[in-house]
Design a protein around this ligand. Structure first.
Ligand code: ZN
Length: 264
């Protein structure tokens, strides 16, 4: 089994357990938006039975990679059926940042594994049920935590627009100097507009991201005389020893960081 990215890979591992041999292409703290494929990636695909992608344009390099690998099997789009967000004419790919979408991802993963390996169906169904219950529970907890924070305080600035699904689901207004991808840098005009906005709305909650250079967010913090609230895990998991080594740990970490800063 091949997964393009680490967050999706963790979901697959939770359902597939010991019955699958998983290779993840973009590893911990990696940025899938600007990923450069390696020869070993094509090799992993050519030996795969099932390939999972996030889709929604997140892996701009996947079609080229599939072609060069000669892979002819199924490509499962984990976001199939999610309630898509469109920002300025672009589809936002960061659908995993809403746990109700996460439940759609794991349902798609479960169905694909059942089809690829029906003899282990009982295990996949059991793993799915247990994992889904954890997602439901964390979704409810998250909703409850943010409800206690006044709406006008729930405004956050991050390096790029990776949290708009999170914002839509849990009632937080996320803003950033760039759009839904890390491929472009903001213009001086865009930066100035955001700084004006931050001063006018008294926005004090700024977060760095694990996949992005923190320089821009530090510069924004200096401009409005605020400090960085911490690091959010946006597009990739952390390494094992860090606080976001699984999808649920990542969610838990991000929620705790946001609640602690927004409650001040
Ligand atoms: Zn992103």
């Amino acid at each position: 089994v091949v997964s393009t990215v680490s967050i999706l890979g963790d979901m697959i591992k939770n359902i597939g357990g010991e019955n699958i041999d998983l290779t993840t292409l973009v590893g911990p703290n990696g940025d899938a938006h600007v990923y450069e494929t390696k020869p070993s990636d094509a090799k992993a695909l050519s030996g795969a039975n099932v390939v999972f992608i996030n889709g929604l344009g997140f892996e701009g390099w996947i079609n080229r990679l599939v072609k060069s690998s000669g892979y002819k099997g199924k490509i499962i789009t984990a976001t199939k059926g999610v309630n898509k967000l469109e920002v300025g004419g672009e589809i936002d790919p960061h659908a995993w940042q809403d746990l109700s979408n996460g439940r759609i991802y794991i349902n798609n993963i479960k169905n694909a594994l059942l089809e690829a390996d029906p003899k282990n169906a009982t295990i996949y169904l059991k793993n799915f049920k247990e994992y889904d219950a954890k997602l439901i529970s964390m979704d409810a907890t998250t909703r409850g935590l943010f409800k206690k924070i006044p709406t006008e305080k729930r405004i956050v600035v991050t390096s790029h627009d990776a949290f708009l699904y999170f914002g839509r689901s849990y009632g937080i207004d996320f803003r950033s100097p760039v759009g839904v991808t890390t491929e472009s840098e903001p213009s001086a005009g865009e930066l100035a507009a955001l700084i004006t906005e931050m001063r006018e709305d008294n926005i004090r909650a700024l977060f760095a991201e694990n996949i992005s250079d923190p320089r821009l967010i530090k510069q924004l913090a200096r401009e409005v005389n605020a400090s960085i609230g911490g690091t959010l895990y946006s597009d990739a998991l952390s390494d094992k020893g860090e606080p976001a080594s699984s999808y649920l740990k990542m969610f838990n970490h991000n929620v705790n960081e946001l609640v602690s800063v927004l409650s001040k």
